[in-house]
Design a protein around this ligand. Structure first.
Ligand code: UDP
Length: 239
């Protein structure tokens, strides 16, 4: 059973369990989807029904940020652990490399997915990069066709939320891939365009603060975090 945090149902898994489940989905017939909502996306889902349906319709919904874990705890239904999308992706690539599976990278500014692909192929020997495409295309059809033609087993869809969740729900089947993971800004990190917060910050639940200091333009978006906690408090009282 999923743990409900303000209308979004999260799978209650450790990182290892989540990667195991991802690999199971990758081996099962059909297209499966992974969503990795943080508090900002949960807030977005409260207001946007299509986004909420796309997220809740995923086969695996993982709590990307410490905020979601805190929210679940405040609501009296704790989650085992946070499962950051980017770390889930790393675990998955390690296992995919061991099995010689192939990965398509979709999203980010032109050139970024390509650089990410080169770096990932080096880091995970055995992993096949089936293809790459930037995230600023006008028509979906040719992109879906390129993925299908590449024969990729898995696609990292990094278009930002809720675009990536809606895109996966709409086109997942047609890509022919068995697993599609919505991973936000991960390609920027894999390509080395954006740095992840050093371990100290993430260990103390302050990755969001680090990112805010590095990129103050995120301030508007980050106001969603206190709003999320206010809504959790309200929900707790209502319960
Ligand atoms: N992006 C994209 N196409 C778009 C809008 C965004 O490919 O139409 C990319 C953007 O370049 C970035 C990612 O989607 O690489 C979203 O990054 P963000 O930091 O917003 O995601 P987060 O990790 O915070 O969810």
């Amino acid at each position: 059973m999923r743990i409900n945090v303000l209308g979004v149902g999260f799978d209650n898994l450790t990182m290892d369990e989540a990667v195991d489940r991802g690999m199971e989905l990758l081996r099962s017939p059909g297209a499966h989807r992974v969503a990795t909502p943080n508090p900002e996306i949960v807030e977005l889902c409260r207001e946007n029904l299509a986004a909420r349906q796309a997220v809740n319709g995923a086969d695996l919904v993982l709590p990307d940020g410490i905020g979601v874990v805190k929210g679940a705890k405040m609501l009296g239904t704790p989650l085992k652990s946070r499962v950051p999308g980017i770390e889930f992706a790393a675990g998955l690539m390690e296992r995919m490399a061991a099995e010689g599976l192939s990965l398509y990278l979709l999203g980010a500014k032109p050139g970024v997915a390509e650089t990410a692909g080169e770096k990932l192929a080096e880091k995970y020997p055995g992993l096949k990069i089936a293809g790459t495409h930037d995230g600023y295309f006008q028509e979906d059809g040719p992109v879906v066709e390129a993925i299908r033609a590449s024969g990729a087993d898995c696609v990292f869809v990094c278009l930002g939320a809720p675009k990536q969740e809606l895109w996966m729900a709409r086109h997942g089947e047609a890509t022919g891939a068995r697993l599609l993971c919505g991973l936000g800004g991960s390609l920027d990190v894999f390509a080395g365009v954006v740095e992840r917060a050093p371990k100290f910050w993430s260990d103390h639940g302050l990755e969001w603060f680090y990112r805010l200091c590095r990129d103050p333009r995120r301030a508007g978006r980050m106001m969603k975090l206190p709003l999320f906690l206010i809504h959790v408090q309200k929900e707790k009282r209502r319960k």
